[in-house]
Design a protein around this ligand. Sequence first.
Ligand SMILES: C[S@@+](CC[C@H](N)C(=O)[O-])C[C@H]1O[C@@H](n2cnc3c(N)ncnc32)[C@H](O)[C@@H]1O
Length: 254
Amino acid sequence: MSSGVIVLSSAARPELTAAAQQLFPELRIGGTMHTACLPEGWRLDLAGSARLLPPSPPRGKAAPPFAMDLLAPKLRWRIQHPGAEALLRACLNKLAAGSCVWDASAGLGRDALMLSSRGSVVDMFERHPIVYLLLLDALLRAQEAAAYPFALPRLHFGAAADAVNVLPPPAVIYYDPMFPPRRKEALVKKDMQIFHQLVGIDEDIVSTAQRLRTCCTKRLVIKRPAGSAPVQSASLQPSYSVDGGGCRFDCYLP
Ligand SMILES: C[S@@+](CC[C@H](N)C(=O)[O-])C[C@H]1O[C@@H](n2cnc3c(N)ncnc32)[C@H](O)[C@@H]1O
């Protein structure tokens, strides 16, 4: 089985070390371990920050390390100037401040951060262990920086639908799974190219959406590329959509 390597340095934050050792019990501080969660030749460095290093191509420039950053200037600008962002209109319309929102597909954590910046209490869920560790690291760094005047989302490892018996039901669930790429990889943003190589495609989108719809009290919102078919089945049809320009937010009532 092909595999990459995780390296855990003593410089990693204690919370990151604990999470990594819970997910990978064989991982020792100062040690390395192989895991099939990473593609062949990839390395995850857990140190002062968490960095993912894809293998260098045989010719040409080495790929730069990938890290998640919830303090990136572009994201901070979005938070300060949200305008009428379609994500916020779709998820937060007619919702009281302080309502609970789940982001069932945390990924880079950006959408969850946008939702929490508008006063929602956000729980985000990520089931890919490597993505989870990268996002946890970004979240810890954002907490330390104390750069945001609102409560940051809480991160959970695993699937949102499995949390229904543990957490109170949220008003809204937001779901943005990995669909097969429709455009040429070269046109897809660099971080999504990495994601496609690391996570691949989510194969359980319809069944997950069916479960999630029963877990929320107000609506399930699913992000889709503009012009693509909605996630649907005989028992699952969107009630309305919010146009987001290059994407669309389909809203399903429970
Ligand atoms: C397209 S990315 C989400 C991007 C995210 N909206 C953002 O703002 O960065 C999809 C992520 O959701 C995760 N995911 C997909 N289905 C999931 C599920 N059922 N439970 C937990 N995580 C899931 C994938 O592992 C991947 O990291």
